[in-house]
Design a protein around this ligand. Structure first.
Ligand code: AMP
Ligand code: ZN
Length: 497
């Protein structure tokens, strides 16, 4: 196996070999279920989906854990405001998360542990850290991790030690991960009346309270891989770059201080941000879109995946309607290609086609093995579509090899549109669009598809006047416009033959 992945710990791309040949334990920090996840969050989950799918496609058995953070400052605050018990309050957001990830075709993880279901392992972990002298109970009844007792602290994030030790008098008790503070962090928070009010407090030998966010991931990961495989080191741990510090640094400190192992995960993978208008997409800044916004606007998930995978996961990706428009056109082209291949006469593939297939298989694997280079894998797919279309134009037949290439691309990238493209013929790139409908039928269809894309974008931008104008324009040119879950459809009325 030749898969290589960028390990944040070493800051280099290293050959990936799991601890036990053929089997991978993979933990990804999942959503905090206090609200709907935005598509920035989903960019990270899509990167993890690609990693998951590629490991599986490479023949590995993957035990994939994605946790649900259902107890933290934000979920407690939300439950308190709603006057609902915590467990009940978060259910709607857990359901929404699963609905949204299914819409985006994100495959099921092996398990989705909820923090509140792992309170006992969390308590045991805190007790062990107190026993080992690396954690202490403070006057406020909370338990803190003493980073001064853990010399390896800061290895992952490579923070300056001076910075870490500065101003140690003030302790951090918030578990908001954007917090830029490197001092002792909380493991267990003493129960407050607000926690009690929503059922977010548990008895423990060191005092009644609730787990800190960092502790949750360590305890769930160790409990699950320990129970299933009897190991205490993960093969892969992933998340967004904002989790490197302090979240993952703290996970390492707690886990390693407890297990005595030199590492908590052998590979640390971090996905870059999705930005909107150049700023990190975030609830805090208000510059976000949710997956439901996209679904409600009829955006095809294949196009969203294409947009995300067009950028390597370690590069920032700025969301724009323009990029989405291009991704729609690209996904539609691939859909037309897939439909054409499936409908083409079956038979032996010609030499030219066999060459294109071999090039695709080679380049696709090389690209993904090279630290999940999805833009290059997509280029290989578009290359195959171009070459194969040419061969089919020349009257070539389709065999199992070409069909299996499409299955591989569906299995791993899954960027094809849902269902079958309604209109065939050339897709029109947006800026070639005229206001006037072209006279010949073929170009009229492409014109309508192009405007359907613009209608979608207008709706996304909440420019309903423009969306209505486009609908009227399409209708007067003889098309029916339907906004469906699977995409904006334009269907020609049968008036002109
Ligand atoms: P949260 O629900 O806030 O705990 O975040 C869930 C995941 O989304 C984490 O892996 C974060 O690193 C990631 N994340 C948060 N904001 C963004 C963003 N703008 N772009 C990409 N990933 C993000
Ligand atoms: Zn985590």
């Amino acid at each position: 196996m030749t898969l290589a992945l960028h390990n944040t710990m070493s800051r280099t791309v290293e050959p990936f070999r799991p601890l036990v040949p053929g089997r991978v334990t993979f933990y990804a920090c999942g959503p905090t279920v206090y609200n709907y996840a935005h598509i920035g969050n989903f960019r990270t989950f899509l990167f993890e989906d690609l990693l998951h799918r590629w490991l599986v496609a490479s023949g590995l058995e993957v035990f994939y854990i994605m946790n649900l953070t259902d107890v933290d400052d934000k979920t407690i605050k939300g439950a308190g405001a709603a006057g609902t018990p915590l467990r009940e309050h978060v259910t709607q957001f857990i359901d929404a998360f699963h609905a949204d990830r299914r819409y985006l075709r994100i495959r099921d993880a092996s398990v989705y542990p909820r923090a509140t279901e792992f309170i006992q392992p969390m308590i045991a972990l805190v007790a062990s850290l107190i026993d080992k002298g690396v954690a202490y109970r403070s006057e406020d009844g909370s338990v803190y991790f003493a980073i001064g007792k853990f010399p390896a602290y800061g290895r992952l994030s490579r923070l300056d030690t001076r910075e870490l030790l500065a101003g140690a008098s003030e302790r951090v008790s918030t578990d908001e991960y954007a917090k830029d503070d490197a001092r002792d962090f909380v493991l267990w928070k003493a129960a407050r009346p607000e926690d009690e009010a929503v059922g977010a407090a548990w008895d423990a030998p060191f005092g009644r309270g609730r787990p800190g966010w960092h502790l949750e991931c360590s305890a769930m990961a160790l409990a699950l891989i320990g129970e299933k495989f009897g190991v205490d080191v993960l093969d892969i741990h992933a998340g967004g770059v904002d989790l490197i510090f302090p979240h993952h640094e703290d996970e390492i400190a707690q886990s390693c201080a407890h297990t005595g192992q030199g590492e908590f995960a052998r590979f640390w993978l971090h996905g870059e941000f999705m930005t909107l208008g150049g700023t990190k997409m975030s609830k805090r800044y208000g510059n976000f879109l949710t997956a439901r916004d996209l679904a409600e606007n009829g955006m095809d998930p294949g196009a969203v995946r294409l947009l995300v995978y067009n950028t390597h996961y370690r590069q920032a990706l700025d969301w724009s309607d323009e990029a989405l428009g291009h991704a729609r056109v690209g996904s539609r082209r691939l859909g037309e290609f897939r439909d054409r291949v499936r409908a083409a006469p079956k038979g032996a593939e010609s030499g030219a086609l066999i060459e294109a297939i071999e090039a695709f298989r080679r380049d696709f694997k090389l690209a993904l093995d090279d630290d999940l280079n999805s833009p290059r894998a997509l280029a290989a797919l578009f290359g195959l579509a171009r070459e194969a279309n040419r061969a089919l134009d020349a009257g070539d037949h389709v065999g199992d090899n070409l069909l299996s290439c499409i299955s591989l691309a569906e299995d791993v990238l899954d960027v094809f549109p849902t269902g079958t493209a309604r209109l065939t013929g050339q897709s029109t790139v947006d800026d070639e669009l005229t206001e006037e409908a072209p006279a010949d039928r073929e170009s009229r269809s492409a014109w309508a598809v192009g405007w359907a894309g613009r209608r979608f974008q207008a709706r996304l931008a909440r420019d309903y006047a423009e969306a209505d104008r486009i609908r009227a324009m399409l209708e007067s040119a003889g098309f029916e416009v339907r906004d469906t879950r699977d995409g904006v459809e334009v269907v020609a009325r049968r008036q002109d033959g």
